[in-house]
Design a protein around this ligand. Structure first.
Ligand SMILES: C[S@@+](CC[C@H](N)C(=O)[O-])C[C@H]1O[C@@H](n2cnc3c(N)ncnc32)[C@H](O)[C@@H]1O
Length: 382
């Protein structure tokens, strides 16, 4: 019954005898699962050790390519026993000792959660190619026994071949599906396994949407930085590059007494009514005069200006006379260069300039809320 599927997949996998698995799949944004498997995995039978370590619990993420690196960091920091088993287009698959705990932790982390399309704990198993159809059928029957309605997801080539060959009694895309059957290729170290897992859709984590009340999406960068860097509360704040006012809004929400918003652009009217708006650039002489007039002693300087980070790093030096000892700095590093090397050099230059200017405890992170070419730096002024 499944001969066509076996032929199709079997022939794909024997074409790349010499290719070795390349763990830098992050660099290959357009690979789908079958191509990753074909290009990077030498097809051979799993060894007894590989057979022995076949996991039974899995976490399947649907996530944009741009966020995959941050997802891997997040998982590694919290669940070191999780192993990345598959890195496909817009999907990551980890084996885990407690898959439900991973999904529960994600649901509690609002900053990570809002960037994930879906995350599910699966009971599943890996199989050799020839066992895939049998496993898919068994998973379907197990779900059908509880009156479940199953839909099938998988790598395009694999899924289509599988769909064509499943028995007619199996409904593949029923209305109101209750379970999702996932069929993926899993390139374990040099052998190819196929993963077949089933998850109830009701237990699949899907983030709620809606930013009602927020001035703009930039608010999430500051909210996440506050948690990630465990920042103390701010009372007197200079917000550089403040327009339209998201970061100022967050400071006010957290009880700031004074926010001086520095930006030549307009602020949201509600925010403007609650802050001192200096409608100038940071480098303009009037800005420093306004800070002096406001009484100085700021305990936080925030900068999300869309300007070259080295330039902003230098410009921030001018603020030092108005900062209290122990003041917090949060700076978005906008990295205009497409080259990772140049971006790293830029970041190093800013960090050096800040350290020379008396900023200590410098920490830089790629927050979930950062764009692809952004990082966020936190430091303390001493
Ligand atoms: C990404 S927006 C900031 C968003 C803001 N953090 C928020 O939450 O609404 C960047 C802002 O930086 C401002 N900007 C760029 N260069 C600046 C400078 N030298 N001084 C002050 N503001 C600057 C721009 O006018 C722009 O409004």
């Amino acid at each position: 019954m499944f001969q066509a599927l076996l032929n199709a997949l079997g022939s794909r996998n024997t074409t790349t005898e010499d290719a070795a698995y390349d763990d830098s799949l992050e660099e290959q944004p357009d690979d789908d699962i079958v191509r990753v498997t074909t290009r990077n995995v030498r097809r051979r039978d799993p060894s007894p050790e590989e057979e022995a370590r076949r996991p039974t619990q899995w976490v399947a993420w649907r996530i944009s390519h741009a966020h995959k690196h941050r997802c891997r960091e997040w998982v590694a920091a919290r669940f070191p026993d999780c192993t990345l088993e598959q890195n496909a287009k817009d999907a990551l698959l980890f084996s885990a000792s407690d898959a439900a705990a991973v999904v529960a932790a994600l649901a509690k982390d609002e900053h990570a959660a809002r960037h994930v399309h879906a995350c599910a704990a699966h009971g599943g198993s890996t199989a050799r190619l020839e066992d895939v159809p049998g496993l898919a059928e068994a998973a379907y029957d197990a779900a059908a026994a509880t009156a479940a309605r199953l839909r099938v997801r998988g790598a395009p080539g694999l899924k289509e071949a599988l769909l064509k060959n499943l028995p007619e009694r199996i409904q593949l895309t029923p209305r109101g599906a209750s379970h999702e059957l996932v069929v993926d290729a899993v390139p374990a170290t040099h052998a190819t396994y196929y993963y077949v897992g089933c998850a109830p859709l009701a237990e699949t984590f899907v983030p709620s949407t809606g930013d009602a009340g927020d001035v703009c999406r930039a608010v999430h960068k500051l909210r996440e930085a506050m948690v990630r860097f465990a920042l103390p509360p701010f009372r007197r704040v200079v917000d550089v590059g403040a327009a339209p006012g998201g970061w100022s809004q967050v400071c006010l929400e957290h009880g700031a007494e004074l926010v001086v918003a520095v930006d030549p652009a307009d602020l949201d009217a509600d925010v403007a009514a609650r802050v001192v708006h200096v409608k100038k650039r940071l480098e303009d002489a009037e800005t420093l005069a306004a800070l002096r007039e406001a009484g100085g002693r700021f305990d936080a300087v925030l900068c999300d200006a869309n300007a070259h980070p080295a330039k902003m790093g230098r410009a921030l030096h001018a603020l030092r006379p108005y900062l209290a000892a122990g003041a917090t700095l949060v700076l978005t590093l906008k990295q205009p260069s497409a080259s990772t090397k140049t971006a790293a050099a830029d970041t190093g230059e800013v960090e050096g300039a800040l350290a020379a200017g008396g900023f200590r405890d410098l920490r830089t992170a790629w927050l979930w809320a950062n764009g692809r070419k952004e990082r966020t730096l936190a430091a303390t002024y001493t």
